[in-house]
Design a protein around this ligand. Structure first.
Ligand code: URA
Length: 255
């Protein structure tokens, strides 16, 4: 391995460790151990780890992403960092186009998602699918993931330590997919990705930034099921996402 590659790997490891410590501090967790999975294959965050090695160079960009996502999913299948791995029926890793320009991030799987192993397939999921279609896309055009990949029992809120332990996986998913726009659905996704305690009502409707990627915040579809009067606000937020992607498509032809 060349000196430059070693330096690159070290820089990636240091940045992964810093990100993890920051996350732990934010959630007041002081007893989490850093594992190999927190820095990814070869010590590099996935998505940046596919440089020159053998068969990967002949893969298309999409195939590389599929492979990297598959690797993380397999790693997660054996994850017992928290207790949710014991109570879940299925891991709910993520679904959609690994080349997607738009990636949604929700909170955690519910009962239907736990049974089917796919995010947003219950009532809230059906509403999310309608929201996606309302901006002229298909569900299969976007990527959908959650902060937590295992269902919290009785659909309780995610615990701070569960978020800290599961976040590295979401961070890797985002690094691999490299969406042009993120959309955080609800309080947990928004506050976790933006490192804030601000309420979703004040965060929504604006583009924020997650690690350089524009991120819209909007209400969670499950909230909308309980508060249908706020659908108009989500529609406003999603029109901004649609227009933003539309402007981008003028520059490159992805969407
Ligand atoms: N709510 C979420 O946040 N995620 C799902 O996958 C389903 C419901």
């Amino acid at each position: 391995m060349h000196m430059d590659e070693i330096k690159g790997e070290l820089a990636s490891i240091i940045s992964a460790v810093k990100a993890r410590i920051d996350l732990e501090k934010r959630f007041g967790v002081d007893t989490v151990t850093l594992t190999k999975s927190d820095v990814g294959a070869n010590g590099c965050p996935p998505g940046k780890a596919v440089k020159t090695s053998g068969d990967r160079t002949s893969m298309s960009e999409k195939e590389k992403k599929i492979k990297l996502l598959e690797d993380i999913k397999n790693e997660m299948l054996a994850c017992h960092k928290c207790t949710l791995g014991k109570t879940r029926t299925n891991l709910v890793f993520g679904v959609g186009d690994p080349m997607a320009s738009l990636m949604f991030v929700g909170e955690a799987p519910g009962r239907d998602e736990d049974l089917q192993g796919e995010p947003f397939v219950g009532r809230a999921g059906q509403l999310l699918t309608k929201i996606i279609e309302a901006i002229g896309l298909k569900r299969s055009d976007v990527y959908i993931a959650n902060v937590l990949k295992c269902r919290p029992p009785e659909n309780r809120n995610p615990l701070p330590e569960e978020i800290v332990l599961c976040m590295p996986y979401l961070i890797k998913q985002i690094e691999i997919i490299q969406p042009k726009v993120l959309c955080a659905l609800g309080t947990f996704a928004a506050q976790t990705l933006l490192n804030t305690k601000a309420p979703v009502g004040t965060l929504r409707g604006k583009f924020h930034e997650y690690e350089g990627t524009p991120m819209m915040v909007t209400y969670h579809p499950a909230y909308l099921l309980r508060n249908p009067n706020d659908k108009a606000k989500v529609w406003d937020d999603m029109k901004k996402v649609r227009d933003f992607l539309g402007e981008l498509s003028g520059k490159d032809s992805k969407i």
